[in-house]
Design a protein around this ligand. Structure first.
Ligand code: LMR
Length: 401
């Protein structure tokens, strides 16, 4: 039976991670997988997380099953983090949350959930989007369509084209949006543009699904949730997939949440049943550790304040690096203007070089980025910026297309 299998293509992000770890060049630079790195290139554990872990080690009393929806305390805290404590949707009890194995788990649960609501549903994703979105939604049986988003020429948004395309999305369709720090382009919608998307969703009846994997990495916790909160306020139905991988640095603990807002309490209860039943059929219930850490942090005002400060430090470093990269790249060469890197948000930007130039950087300098030229800016440091800028300048000067 197994011999009928065809070889699968290497995952563009995780494959690069493996190739980087095998590279013996002491000057190698990892700008591939989206994990935050400090000035030393290390992805450490946040001190607030360490404290919460110690607390848990001493106070956990049982390993018995926790249930399909996961930790109710975590779910409540995540909902408040996403919407703000005073949001009308929380007061109206229209939101249901299930804890999931990471943001990817949340997306998969959401996709299976949509399939239960409508077997013919179509999901619209931005061009480009996180590579795994395409495979994940197809694997869950959804038809995937794409809408224009990033303007590769002008390093901005194709907002008019996006809206023209989304006019075709109707009430059986789901439209995937990135809450902030768009992966892979770093180009986010402005507040005014979120307003226009909201009006279109209201007029045409499509259901937005928002992937919020980077809350706090752009402008701040509340600022990055602007679009989510606006749509939640104004639309009858909304899905939001959240992740604690980046902002709590819990990557391998697989901690996230699938949040669904329904038009009223009755409908929300139906949603909750369907979500839990979906979870039961895939992995029964989520892992406990990461969610317990997050719940411990967010239930303590002291630990929350500490974590908010740690998150701010990561965000400030990323924003500082954006300035540094743009300045040093522009100083090292005059063939391309890299100022746009300063305007974008979060960990990713497209450098805007060709796939063969990306290959050359990897082959000749051991600088790793995704073939699309998506780079993780957090992989840059004061130590490697000159090496990086000189390598990019040299590769651009070769004039390879
Ligand atoms: C990324 O985009 O690099 C991260 O979200 C990690 C992943 O799973 O792809």
């Amino acid at each position: 039976m197994f011999s009928t299998l065809k070889p699968v293509k290497t995952d563009p992000i995780l494959g690069l991670m493996a190739a980087y770890s095998e590279d013996r060049n002491p000057h190698k630079v990892d700008l591939g997988v989206g994990v935050y790195r400090d000035e030393k290139g290390h992805t450490g554990i946040l001190p607030s997380v360490k404290t919460a872990e110690r607390y848990r080690l001493e106070n956990e009393t049982s390993k018995t099953y926790i249930g399909m929806a996961g930790d109710a305390g975590f779910n409540q805290r995540m909902a408040e983090l996403m919407l703000g404590e005073d949001h009308t949707v929380l007061a109206a009890h229209r939101l249901r949350t299930v804890q999931t194995p990471g943001g990817t788990g949340a997306l998969r649960v959401a996709a299976e959930f949509i399939g239960r609501c409508n077997t013919h549903s179509v999901i619209w994703v931005s061009t480009p989007t996180w590579a795994n979105h395409l495979d994940l939604f197809s694997a869950a049986g959804m038809a995937v369509r794409q809408y224009p988003y990033y303007d590769y020429q002008n390093r901005g948004l194709l907002f008019d084209d996006m809206m023209a395309s989304l006019k075709k999305a109707g009430k059986d369709d789901v439209v995937l949006l990135h809450a902030c720090c768009h992966n892979p382009s770093g180009m986010d919608l402005s507040r005014e543009q979120w307003g226009q998307v909201c009006d279109l969703a209201k007029a045409n009846g499509f259901v937005p699904m928002i992937d919020m994997a980077y809350q706090g990495f752009g402008d701040g916790l509340a600022e990055d949730a602007y679009g989510v909160r606006l749509l939640a306020e104004n639309l009858p139905e909304l899905i939001v997939c959240t992740s604690c991988s980046k902002n709590f640095g819990l990557y391998r603990e697989r901690t996230g949440a699938c949040n669904v807002i329904a038009k009223d309490v009755k409908s929300a209860d139906l949603v909750f049943g369907a979500l839990q039943n979906t979870v039961r059929g895939i992995y029964s219930m989520p892992p406990a550790h990461g969610a317990a850490i997050v719940n411990t942090i967010l239930s303590s005002s002291e630990l929350t304040a500490q974590w908010v400060g740690e998150l701010e430090q990561m965000r400030n470093r990323i924003n500082g690096l954006r300035e540094l990269i743009a300045t040093r790249l522009n100083a090292a060469q005059s063939l391309q203007d890299f100022s746009f890197i300063k305007r974008q948000k979060g960990m990713f930007s497209f450098l805007g070089i060709t796939p063969s130039q990306v290959d050359a950087l990897r082959r000749d300098y051991s600088i790793y980025m995704i073939g699309s030229s998506r780079m993780n800016v957090a992989g840059i440091s004061e130590e490697n910026i000159d090496y990086f800028a000189a390598a990019v300048a040299e590769v651009l000067a070769r004039g390879e297309g």
